[in-house]
Write a protein that binds this ligand. Structure first.
Ligand SMILES: Nc1ncnc2c1ncn2[C@@H]1O[C@H](COP(=O)(O)OP(=O)(O)OP(=O)(O)O)[C@@H](O)[C@H]1O
Ligand code: NI
Length: 352
């Protein structure tokens, strides 16, 4: 069941109305021998121009599917449906899921750019970094000389030595340097939106923190909108203006980062926060969530979280919860969100 198109239901949105992306009922399905696998189910979310939105969830919750859907780049034979309206700062809105092959090729990189999960290994090992930038500029018909000037500036913004990096082969750079070079590469065609899927997963804690603060500077300098996808809730709270929580291929809750941290209203978000291995908090305080993430071929009926939820009632097993607004900027898909404060203690404090 999808909660997508009901006009009365709330849509995950910030307080503003300048949306660079409007996702409605975005769904991804794979038709497989053992049944239809719905790996993203009716995502309704608006992304504000110039915001940094974090999308978090357990492994297998649909984060990468959402990221790929934003560029209509879900792998074959996945089928993406719904609509994703991209509203550039200049020009007419387009539906990303409805573009010709040529227009889509232009949109990717030039308007919505993506750092794919595990992309560190996607560098061509026989090509120096300079070659990667030149090829990208060339393939999109950009002036290479101007583009390489921008490249140098971007590399410097990311605290890299442009000459040294451009003259290196990928294997000559550390993981942190490669990841920053990849971010520079994804920005070289001046996109409006940068989608990053687990961009820091392979890096040590110090490098993760430093990339996160660089991203924040880049957003300000280049007027970017960023979608930051991660399983690392404490990390994304350092960066994001808003956070969306995915559970079982659906949006469970979305709100301003402060709202999600200080006053999470979905029982799952609360469990996630309470289980967060924050380096600042003592080990006894971590509470892993009981049960396991649903199989996309066999998602529980009603609220997909009901089997693991301490607040579940009979309704939860049969009636899919619509998104409800707790505040103008905070939406929750739960029948019992207003019981959460009284019944599930928040034990974790995540520093910002
Ligand atoms: N090519 C595919 N065909 C069918 N199902 C797939 C395919 N790729 C992924 N899936 C399934 O889609 C669901 C969502 O996967 P997705 O990669 O979006 O999760 P994720 O939240 O990004 O997880 P992770 O944190 O591990 O990256 C999972 O159940 C996964 O097994
Ligand atoms: Ni993923």
């Amino acid at each position: 069941m999808s909660r997508g198109t009901d006009a009365a239901s709330a849509v995950g949105t910030g307080s503003g109305s300048d949306h660079v992306l409007e996702c409605r009922d975005v769904t991804v399905e794979f038709h497989m021998d053992r049944g239809t696998s719905k790996v993203l189910n009716g995502m309704d979310i608006d992304i504000e121009r110039n915001e940094i939105i974090g999308i978090v969830g357990e492994s297998g919750s649909g984060k990468s599917m959402f990221a790929s859907a934003l560029l209509d780049a879900v792998v074959e034979p996945g089928v993406t449906s719904g609509s994703i309206s991209y509203r550039p700062s200049e020009g007419d809105p387009v539906d990303v899921l409805d573009l010709s092959t040529d227009r889509l090729r232009q949109l990717r990189w030039e308007e919505i750019s993506m750092v794919f999960q595990g992309a560190l290994s996607s560098f061509n090992p026989t090509l120096k970094l300079r070659g990667h930038f030149v090829e990208t500029l060339d393939a999109h018909g950009y002036d290479v000389e101007t583009g390489m000037e921008r490249t140098r500036e971007l590399l410097a913004d990311l605290y890299l030595d442009p000459d040294r990096v451009l003259d290196s082969y990928p294997h000559e750079l550390s993981g942190g340097m490669k990841q920053r070079a990849l971010i520079a590469l994804s920005l070289v065609l001046e996109p409006e939106v940068l989608v990053m899927d687990e961009p820091t997963a392979a890096l040590d804690l110090l490098m993760q923190r430093s990339i996160v603060s660089l991203l924040s500077d880049l957003r300000d300098k280049y007027d970017l909108t960023m979608v930051f996808i991660t399983h690392d809730l404490p990390l994304v709270t350092k960066l994001a203006d808003r956070i969306g929580v995915l559970y079982a291929f659906e949006l469970a809750e979305v709100g301003r980062t402060e709202e999600i941290l200080r006053s999470p209203k979905h029982p799952y978000t609360r469990a996630l926060l309470n289980s967060t291995p924050d380096i600042e908090s003592p080990l006894e305080e971590m509470r892993p969530i009981d049960g396991s993430a649903p199989d996309p071929v066999d998602v529980p009926s009603g609220c997909p979280y009901h089997e693991r939820c301490p607040l579940a009632t009979d309704d939860c097993a049969t009636v899919t919860p619509e998104m409800e607004a707790a505040t103008e900027t905070h939406d929750i898909a739960c029948h019992h969100w207003n019981r959460v404060d009284d019944e599930i203690a928040l034990t974790t404090e995540v520093d910002r």
